[in-house]
Design a protein around this ligand. Structure first.
Ligand SMILES: Nc1ncnc2c1ncn2[C@@H]1O[C@H](COP(=O)(O)OP(=O)(O)OP(=O)(O)O)[C@@H](O)[C@H]1O
Length: 156
């Protein structure tokens, strides 16, 4: 009896090796956060580590504070302040992910050169760069016009 095309293509597909049940769940790490408060504590430790060791993260944190303060002082609409906060927050979050990825790559290859390590680190840095450019664009669009308006009496 002829087999239908769909059954032929299905039968030719390589089947994934059966996964033992205990490998489908991530095994517990060396240390586990047993409640929400402890999870927040570890997240805080990550942010504190980045503040201590990553100059770029400190710059992003400072720029974020200045931008939000300016938005409030210039009495921008709440939606504008929210957009500014969102874009700055994305940059800071990506900087943390970049730091985490650098640590994992260094853990994997230690101090040896590896082309894939370079690709991973360069792409992560590129992601932060794109987010930072976007944040600058948004800040210029939302902050420059009211700042210019406020500066008019002092200019002429
Ligand atoms: N093991 C490696 N193999 C190949 N290239 C590497 C390796 N480690 C670092 N690099 C290269 O050096 C660059 C800087 O890496 P490094 O880990 O020092 O990041 P960084 O200077 O802390 O970056 P950032 O400023 O984004 O935090 C990487 O973007 C990559 O091009």
């Amino acid at each position: 009896m002829p087999t239908s095309p769909s059954s032929v293509s299905k039968s030719k597909l390589p089947s994934a090796p059966a996964e033992p049940a205990n490998q489908s769940v991530r095994p517990p790490a060396f240390q586990v956060a047993h409640n929400l408060a402890v999870s927040f504590l570890y997240a805080g430790q990550g942010i504190y580590y980045a503040l201590r060791t990553q100059r770029n993260f400190r710059i992003h944190a400072l720029v974020t504070s200045v931008v939000i303060t300016l938005g409030v002082l210039l009495e921008l609409p709440r939606i504008d302040i929210a957009v500014l906060g969102l874009t700055c927050g994305v940059v800071m979050a990506l900087e943390l992910i970049n730091t985490a990825l650098e640590a994992v790559v260094d853990l994997a290859v230690e101090q040896s050169f590896h082309q894939l390590a370079k690709i991973a680190k360069d792409c992560a840095a590129g992601a932060v760069f794109i987010a930072a450019l976007t944040a600058i664009f948004v800040a210029v669009c939302l902050l420059l016009p009211p700042l210019w308006q406020q500066a008019q009496p002092y200019l002429w």
